[in-house]
Every structure is written in C-alpha cells, then in structure tokens.
Design a protein around this ligand. Structure first.
Ligand SMILES: [Zn+2]
Length: 231
C-alpha cells in the first residue's frame, strides 16, 4: 500500500482538474468516452426485469438503478465516497435523473439516504445527498435531506441478506420530529410522493428502512433510485 493511500480522510485538491475514474484522463469528472457506462440500463423498461429473483422490497413502490456496480461506476462511487472527489456527484446525479425521467416515474421530493452524522462530519459531506441534489437540479424536483440515522449500523456488505434487514430496521427517523410541533406546524410530507436516492442498492433493506418513517409521517408513497445495483 502506498503512503498516500494510507492517510485517512485525505481530500483531493479540488483546484486541480478532475481525473476520470474510468480512464484517468484529466478534464470533466467523467470523460465523454467513459460516460455511457452510467447509462447502461437507460433504455430498459422500468421495474424489476423479468427473470430476476428479487421483487421490489416492501414498502417501496419502485426501485430503479442506472447501472451495475462495476467498472467505471464502481470506481466513481468509491472516489466520491472515500477520495473527496465531490465533483463526481454531478454526472452521477444527472445519470439518476436520466433514468428516472426515462421510466416516467414522477415523484414530488428527492430524499437522500443519510450516512451516520459522525461519518458525514468526518468526511465533510454526505455522498447520497450530493447525488440527490444534482439529480434534483436536473429533474426540477426539490431535494430534502430530512432523514437521519438514529444509530450506527454495521456496513451492510459484511452481512448476509437476512441480517441486513435486521441491521437497518428502525435505524432511520425524520430529522424534525413530530414531537416538536412548534418547529413543524404543518406536516410537509402529507400527500407527498417521496423518491429516495442512494449510491448503491443491494437487497434494498436500507431503502425499506428509510421508507417506514416517511410513510408514518404521511407520505403517500415512497419510490427509490440508486446509481448502481450490487448483486
Ligand atoms: Zn474516461
């Protein structure tokens, strides 16, 4: 391992040109030659393709994603999350917007899946929120980071499928609690169709756990879209 890679929390100098995670070329965060990988599923019909074992996990109405978790997409998400290359959120969010528009799915508000506040503080940003903001700008929809993690969870990739659901159940809540009516005179979620946004989905357990408090708070439905799907 190089010494540079061993420095924790090292941030890239954002005054320097971005380097495409696909080919290493300097210029836009993802170069024109590599960008089509973001749209690997763009022309597929919406919904879970026939032949896949998993249905849309309850209580989600829809689950969409832009591309498989591999190659350029995997490296771009890794650099956004761990190398401070926040400029990648724009092309990733725009890919989310293209897929969401392509399946004609609608929605009123984009809500990013939050990382734990401690982790976001250490990193200085929340990658799903950056992706959701870019997607919201492209779609003309508001982005509202209204969820928080109420407890730390074990990284999902360390767990098997059934443990994943238990790990995240009840781990999310609304930031502005209903027990503070002085701060929220009107329920802003009532009658709204929420679209959750995250970087990667595997089983959908995290997205399902995020949907619960939104529905309890009066949302009429919760859909979800991620940049990538990992199997
Ligand atoms: Zn490239």
């Amino acid at each position: 391992m190089s010494h540079v890679a061993a420095i924790p929390g090292r941030l890239l100098d954002l005054a320097l040109p971005a380097r495409c995670p696909g080919c290493g070329r300097e210029g836009p965060p993802i170069c024109a030659g590599c960008a089509p990988a973001l749209d690997a599923r763009l022309e597929l019909p919406g919904g879970v393709p026939i032949g896949l074992p998993s249905d849309v996990p309850a209580p989600l109405l829809q689950l969409e994603w832009c591309a498989p978790f591999g190659g350029l997409v995997r490296r771009a998400l890794h650099e956004l999350k761990y190398s401070g290359e926040t400029r990648l959120a724009v092309p990733l969010g725009e890919a989310v917007a293209r897929r969401w528009r392509r399946v004609g799915a609608g929605g009123d508000v984009l809500v990013p899946v939050p990382v734990h506040a401690d982790r976001a503080r250490r990193r200085g940003y929340d990658q799903a929120e950056l992706i959701a903001r870019a997607a919201g700008r492209a779609l003309g929809l508001p982005c509202a980071p209204i969820l928080e993690r109420t407890r730390a969870t074990i990284a999902q990739f360390d767990l098997d499928r059934s443990t994943r659901a238990t790990n995240v159940r009840g781990a999310f809540a609304l930031r502005d609690r209903a027990d503070r009516p002085d701060r929220a005179p009107r329920n802003p979620l009532a009658g709204r169709w929420i679209v959750l946004v995250d970087d990667v989905v595997t089983t959908g357990a995290t997205l399902s756990a995020c949907a619960e408090p939104l529905l309890v708070a009066g949302a009429i439905g919760v859909s979800a879209i991620t940049v990538a799907r990992e199997r």
